[in-house]
Design a protein around this ligand. Structure first.
Ligand code: SAM
Length: 348
């Protein structure tokens, strides 16, 4: 009984302090604490050296570093601070699995939005205008892409998630019978390059808004595969590139059912028999009791919503696509492969 209530109290404390822990991570990232420690000769520094490097007060730096140790973000031996394996893996700005881009997006965009959660819940509306003083009818055109640095920050955020999850999504299914893919709303191309790497016979067209495509050079990998090409357009208005597989990674959750149907009917029209659609999202549990990552994201209150695998299947079914395989990757994004009804039997 008392053990049980202590456990409950611990859980409560964790929830009450969760926002402080997030902000410690965001702040240490923004002040480049993890990069500074990595760049030192021995990989270790004392608090005063870190304070000097990050141009911050000694008192503040010391408290930040101690808090990081308690959260498993740093380790300390004597007076020397160093990165933990987890921070070396995910928090160095130039690491292949760096989450820095996404963390900065959380700090600068999601954090201010969530300070207005109460209004968001009362009104059932997105709080972008309240947080940033601008109206946004279209989240991308009006909010993310109206200023260059905001656009770049958003793209870096998408890039970091795509880099971490892309390989698992790209290798989720055997796509060897397909020759061409089109990654709709592919952003920086990170996912497209993962698909090209995973499937030697596949050419991938990355399709996104012109303002995004013009930045694609910035995110081009050193070993960029020339089977990836870029096409600019609006997937609600313009003709879609022809492809055997259409990839929709983190697209459908952004839009109202009405817009989802517009997009899916355009895909269905562009598809020839035997084509496939690959949807990658966080899949909610069928009883909608988790994962909390998806349910928390839903509180950003965009016009879209989070769905379970069977809800995605229903949406796609109304456009003639049958779910062939579902893959829970245990990474940040899951995936379903749909094929058009005529070809469904070939998946057994
Ligand atoms: N698929 C990428 C991934 O998983 O990393 C990016 C997902 S991001 C949430 C949504 C993407 O859709 C952005 O790159 C955005 O520019 C693109 N997008 C939004 N509206 C679009 C439109 N009307 N036409 C084409 N792309 C659009």
């Amino acid at each position: 009984e008392t053990e049980d209530s202590k456990e409950k109290l611990c859980k409560m404390i964790e929830l009450m302090d969760g926002f402080k822990a997030s902000k410690v991570l965001f702040t240490a990232s923004k002040l480049r604490v993890f990069d500074v420690l990595r760049s030192s000769k021995t990989g270790e520094l004392q608090a005063e050296d870190v304070a000097q490097e990050i141009k911050a007060s000694m008192k503040g730096t010391e408290r930040l570093l101690e808090a990081c140790v308690s959260l498993g973000l740093l380790q300390r031996t004597g007076k020397q601070y160093a990165n933990t394996a987890m921070s070396r893996h995910f928090l160095l700005s130039d690491g292949p699995l760096s989450l820095q881009g996404y963390i900065q997006h959380c700090n600068e965009l999601v954090w201010p939005l969530f300070t207005h959660l109460e209004t968001a819940v009362r009104e059932g509306t997105n709080q972008h205008e309240k947080a940033f003083g601008k109206t946004s009818n279209n989240l991308f055109q009006d909010a993310y892409y109206s200023r260059h640095e905001v656009k770049l920050r958003f793209m870096k955020a998408m890039h970091s998630i795509a880099r971490v999850s892309g390989r698992d999504v790209a290798t989720a299914f055997d796509l060897s019978k397909y020759k061409t893919a089109c990654d709709l709303g592919g952003c920086t191309g990170a996912m497209a390059y993962e698909f090209a790497k995973a499937h030697p016979g596949l050419s991938v067209t990355m399709f996104d808004l012109p303002k995004v495509i013009e930045m694609s050079g910035h995110f081009r990998p050193h070993d960029a595969d020339d089977r990836v090409s870029f096409v600019a357009g609006d997937f609600f208005k313009d003709e879609l590139p022809k492809a055997d597989v259409y990839i929709l990674a983190r697209i459908l959750h952004d839009w109202s059912d009405e817009k989802v149907h517009i997009l899916l009917s355009k895909i269905a029209k562009a598809c020839s028999p035997g084509c496939a659609v690959l949807v990658s999202e966080i899949f909610l549990d069928e009883d909608r009791k988790g994962p909390s990552r998806g349910l928390l994201q839903a509180l950003s209150m965009t016009e879209g919503r989070q769905r379970s695998a069977s809800e995605y299947s229903l949406l796609l079914k109304s456009h003639g696509f049958t779910a062939a395989q579902v893959k829970h990757t245990h990474n940040l994004l899951d995936a379903i492969l749909f094929c058009d009804c005529g070809a469904a039997t070939s998946f057994g």
